[in-house]
Design a protein around this ligand. Structure first.
Ligand SMILES: O=C(O)CCC(=O)C(=O)O
Ligand SMILES: [Fe+2]
Length: 316
């Protein structure tokens, strides 16, 4: 059952100001409460999603030695393949039961970021893998920019405040494979409880089940949207920037019951990051007597580095 509110992006795109504002209020309230929504009428069409999944499954089905060719030592796991068990939730020692891939930003020539971002890794065995991945990347980025516009309005900022930071941002598309479970996991789970690092996350594939969200009252609830919906949540960067107004909610992916250990799970989150020079300092709009400034000033780039060390992707 889906326990998270469902919102319709078509409302935000409506010519009727009242309908647009309804979306702004619905998503803003949901992010003050549970931190998660499911979204319909995003820009990813079914055909692209099907093509992407087919290529993602083909990639993870390649021999381990072939996949390892695409694992980059010393790159902080920012591009290419990250092998099974490498990432762990902050504060947890058991690695997650997953392997994944990272597609990153291909910045516009005029954005001055071409030097900063590492190049994407090309999988020569599956020509359509990179092509479909980057197509989905762009559609998710477009969807995310509209969501951020709605949030800017909710907070009382200019509608287009986030556009500059999110366009050409350091976002990551992460196809994940959770393989069948073949032995007693001994404390390891598909994805340990964590908050996402970035501004917002747009997740494909949660309709398969397994994603759970920690409600304010301490109860874990299932987040299982309809097949055509994306799950979208607030990450730690936006929580920080809004001085805890919008909530980065802890979530996890649980192991299935033993009868279903033989079933793999695939999901594809898009972690929307801003450009690394964005200041995440608490916004004036979110600080008052009752809500004193709760975080130190920091840039997105500095914050990301800190967190990659904490989850095991950068060794210090
Ligand atoms: O696989 C999922 O459904 C969620 C994965 C997730 O939360 C993450 O990678 O941050
Ligand atoms: Fe997550």
């Amino acid at each position: 059952m889906n326990n998270i509110p469902s919102v319709n992006l078509a409302d935000f795109l409506s010519d009727d100001p009242a309908t647009k504002d309804k979306f702004v209020q619905e998503i803003g309230k949901a992010y003050e409460e549970i931190g998660f929504v499911s979204l319909k009428n995003h820009f990813l069409d079914d055909e692209l999603v099907d093509d992407l999944y087919k290529n993602v499954k083909d990639f993870f089905a390649l021999p381990e030695a072939t996949k390892k060719k695409y694992e980059i030592e010393g790159g902080g796991g920012q591009r290419g393949y990250i092998s099974f068990g490498k990432e762990h939730a902050k504060g947890k020692k058991e690695g997650d039961l997953k392997e994944f891939w990272h597609f990153g930003q291909e910045a516009d020539e005029d954005a001055n970021l071409i030097e900063e971002y590492p190049e994407n890794v090309i999988v020569s065995e599956i020509p359509a893998f990179n092509e479909k991945g980057m197509e989905a990347y762009r559609m998710l980025e477009k969807t995310g920019i509209y969501v951020l516009r709605a949030l800017a309005l909710y907070i009382g900022l200019d509608e287009f405040y986030f556009d500059h930071w999110a366009r050409n941002g350091n976002s990551i598309l992460r196809p994940i494979h959770y393989p069948p479970i073949t032995e007693e996991p001994k404390g390891a789970v598909r994805a340990g409880a964590h908050g996402d690092i970035n501004l917002i996350t747009l997740l494909m594939g949660a309709s398969a089940g397994g994603l759970q969200v920690l409600r304010k009252d301490g109860e874990w609830i299932d987040a299982i949207p309809n097949e055509d919906e994306l799950v979208i949540n607030v990450g730690d960067m936006l929580e920080r920037h809004t001085n805890n107004k919008l909530r980065s909610t802890i979530h996890r992916v649980v192991n299935p019951p033993k009868e279903q250990w033989g079933t793999a799970r695939y999901s594809i989150p898009f972690f929307m990051h801003p450009r690394s020079d964005m200041k995440l300092n608490c916004l004036d709009e979110c600080v008052d007597e009752n809500h004193p400034k709760a975080f130190e000033d920091i840039t997105a780039g500095e914050f990301l580095h800190q967190r990659l060390v904490e989850i095991g992707l950068i060794k210090e």
